[in-house]
Design a protein around this ligand. Structure first.
Ligand code: FAD
Length: 413
């Protein structure tokens, strides 16, 4: 089934990274073919940011990521500034709106507008996207690559693997890219789900699912505080979700085997620790603890926290013993979440781990093991915080790989 035209570049995967790589490569004049296993491109973009797509962030730096090689990360991020990304999407019909948090979302709150802008950018410059083309193997032949699927073989002079990780496999990212990389001898840094909800080990909070509130989470292990994260926490029927727990989940997974590992919640992150002992104020002495605390926190949560502290909710504040006050303050400011596990790849926003950056030629994202082979996006050992950082990595790495391919092909007879 070979014998068709030899394309300059084949890109495996029409997700955020593959589409951006294709747009950039086509703009640079390359003959680009994108092969996508799903029926339409960019399915994960469509569900990003709750369907509103948090495209990038006003401030992006290497500190927003976990990556296997800081040097490569820094140089790839230098390829595409947030400002350049805002200009790119604006130019292709998807203006972005800046939120107070520094996050840029699609201005019309529709992720589809972002996805369509990318597809347009690919096609405007003559790039071709073939959906329903799942790639099974890539083989080299006479200095080119034969990209083989169930009923097709496509030949190209260079390949970018942009197949994503393992998260939300329903969108098409099922880890196939790791196998394609391994076939060329690449090492895969062990993967685990990240930006994923927690599953609780008890039903302590079972009755209060649906409540969301701002918290500070701290990860403790071996009697040291390893990290703090602030943001909303959402109680769910199975555990804890929302930006703060999801951001903490990857760190917890990495530390969970350590002695004394715990995620502690401060339910009053905006109140200074010294100000919490309000039970001692004479004016409040006659009121019940529950009554006092419901001015600060949702009533159903207060009941649960007082239960955990072992204090009768109706007890007048003036009658609390020192130990009872201590127990309440501990429940309010350092509650150890009962954690069993995380929800798994099916509900993880990203995958931690992936193709080892040390086997790539720095910011070109070119394989050191196979000439003409490149990578982009989440398939690599890079994952970011919540806030537009993962899509920013997809854009930046897609552009970096496309530019490197253009340079490589120019220097090749
Ligand atoms: C629910 C959810 C919400 C998110 N929200 C945000 C957000 O608002 N902001 C943010 O920055 N990040 C967000 N993320 C993360 C972000 O969407 C991803 O990090 C990013 O889309 C990864 O892009 P990618 O192109 O590397 O991989 P993917 O988007 O996973 O794309 C990979 C593509 O490759 C295709 N593919 C895989 N294997 C093959 C094969 N063998 N042959 C052909 N095609 C193949 C897949 O079908 C898929 O289309 C979110 C993620 C999820 C799951």
């Amino acid at each position: 089934m070979t014998g068709g035209p030899v394309h300059d570049l084949a890109i495996i995967g029409a997700g955020a990274a593959g589409l951006m790589a294709a747009a950039e490569a086509a703009r640079l004049g390359l003959d680009v073919r994108v092969l996508e296993g799903q029926k339409e491109p960019g399915l994960k973009i469509l569900i990003s940011g709750g369907g509103r797509c948090n495209v990038t962030n006003a401030r992006v730096s290497e500190k927003d990521y976990a990556a296997g090689c800081a040097h490569t990360l820094r140089h790839v991020l230098g390829t595409a500034s947030p400002r350049a990304m805002v200009a790119f999407f604006e130019a292709h019909g998807a203006p972005l709106a800046l939120q107070e948090t520094g996050e840029f979302f699609s201005a019309d709150d529709k992720a589809r507008t972002v996805r369509d802008a990318l597809v347009r950018a690919v096609r405007e410059n003559g790039g071709r996207i073939d959906c329903g083309h799942r790639v099974n193997t890539i083989v080299t032949q006479d200095g080119s690559f034969n990209i083989v699927g169930h009923d097709f073989v496509i030949t190209a002079r260079a390949v970018i693997i942009a197949t994503g990780g393992l998260s939300y496999p329903a969108t098409g990212s099922d880890g196939a890219g790791y196998r394609l990389a391994q076939a060329f001898g690449h090492n895969i840094i062990p993967t685990h789900p990240a930006l994923v909800p927690f599953i609780a080990s008890t039903d302590t909070f079972g009755n209060i699912s649906g409540i969301t509130l701002p918290v500070r989470l701290s990860l403790w292990a071996e009697e040291r505080k390893l990290r703090s994260v602030e943001g909303p926490l959402l109680f769910t029927h199975e555990g804890f979700s929302g930006p703060a727990p999801m951001e903490m989940s990857g760190y917890w997974l990495a530390a969970r085997e350590k002695h004394g590992c715990a995620v502690r919640v401060d339910f009053l992150p905006d109140i200074k620790p010294d100000d919490t002992d309000f039970f001692l104020r004479p004016a409040l002495a006659a009121r019940s603890v529950k009554n006092i605390l419901t001015a600060l926190l949702p009533e159903r949560l207060v009941v649960v926290l007082l239960g955990a502290a072992g204090v009768d909710a109706q007890r007048p504040a003036g009658q609390l013993t020192r130990d009872e006050r201590k127990a309440i303050l501990s429940a309010l400011r350092a509650f150890a979440l009962p954690l069993k596990d995380v929800a798994g790849y099916a509900r993880a926003e990203v995958t931690s781990g992936g193709v080892d950056l040390k086997e790539l030629k720095g910011a070109t994202l070119a394989s050191r093991l196979q000439e003409g082979l490149y990578f982009a996006g989440e398939v690599l050992d890079v994952n970011g915080r919540i806030g537009g950082f993962n899509l920013h990595w997809a854009w930046a790495s897609g552009i970096a790989a496309a530019r490197a391919v253009a340079k490589y092909l120019k220097g090749k007879p």
